[in-house]
Design a protein around this ligand. Sequence first.
Ligand code: UD1
Length: 419
Amino acid sequence: MDRIVVQGGARLAGEVAVSGSKNATLALMAAAVLADSETVLHNVPRLRDVDTMLEILRALGARADWHEYDEHAVRIDARSINRPEAPYDLVRKMRASFLVLGPLLARFGAARVSEPGGCAIGVRPVDQHLKGLAALGGKVRLDHGYVEVTTSGLRGAGVAFDLPTVNGTQNVMMAAVLASGDTVLENAAREPEVVELADALNKMGARVRGAGGDRIAIEGVASLRGIRHAVSGDRIEASTLLAAGLATRGDVRVTGVDTSVLESTLDKLREAGADLDVDATGARARTDGPLRGVNVVTAPFPGYPTDMQAQLMAVLTVAEGSSVLREGVFENRFMHVPELQRMGADIAVSGRTAHIRGVPGLMGAPVMATDLRASAGLIVAALAAEGETVVNRVYHIDRGYERIEEKLRSLGAAIQRED
Ligand code: UD1
């Protein structure tokens, strides 16, 4: 199993281009199931989660592969789908597999997808996805660990989500675009990945209005065609690289991302002591002085993203003063805390709140990655720490960060991957 070895203490400086967004890509790949011709996605990150989604699409019977001439593109042709069933072995690797449920139901009138179950960051039910599909006329049945949905024809309906769910909004949106009549999604998630999906669906021939707000209106159409689409830059990767720079009192600029969607993370980095320089082509964060503690609550977009919680916590462990970090989205997302404590961080957790008292420095230590963003937090901490940190179980990081060690090395980090 690979591990990442970091010699901490080097000040990061330079410019780095971020990869395409993992979460946008996964939803767009599921949307390709809706089309009656080939879809080609460009600027796709080379990640394990993308490979898993390709495997799922192939298991359904679709043609789904990396492009032969562009290493950051995938080609998906859903015309050959003949088994609308996503098996347990693939869904258990990645919860986002559940995103094929809505498109399969809309296109084939039936779908069987393994129930994703619990995961490292909390219970994460799918009740809202199923409530939406049922409102559109899906008959939902749980069968030996699988969710089975059938329909004799989806019809538009009003769906009011109990809470804004990103993949739930996307799943129901993808079913509604091929339903007959009008659908209105209330309390919809407003994340940029929902907006990008809606834009892509509209290019495919759908009629979706209002994405980015909490009310999305969808007028069903009879069919959709495949498209070419370049995935936008990954806002979480961009923010992670800026946080890594800040933790080392460095000077890092990220490019290839829409900086307007970084606002909530940039605000917190500024409050923590970063001087920011932001324009349409990129964002630069630098600091020479001390870092300051800040208070943060994670929340659905446009709030501070839960996917950037662990990385910010790593920065705050070496800031002056105290910070309070409340996890407002998931109920169990502090697995990185014991690992940060082993590096000398002073953190006390009570329920969903972490109290962090800044220490003058962290010490390198062997640590264990427990999930994707926790691993990123540990790498940020390792870069700031004195001495060597070995991050074990880095397969988690390969789910969501393409060539992270190469990118950090290009900024001056002493970081290696070892077999
Ligand atoms: C997506 C992102 C993930 C991010 C999360 C929140 C992808 C592939 N993943 O996950 O990186 O951390 O958004 O920004 O895009 N919930 C329910 N019932 C449901 C669905 C969700 O109670 O049916 C709850 C969840 O347990 C959680 C909250 O809603 O507490 C938000 O989760 P959700 O937005 O659905 O996360 P995902 O879409 O799974």
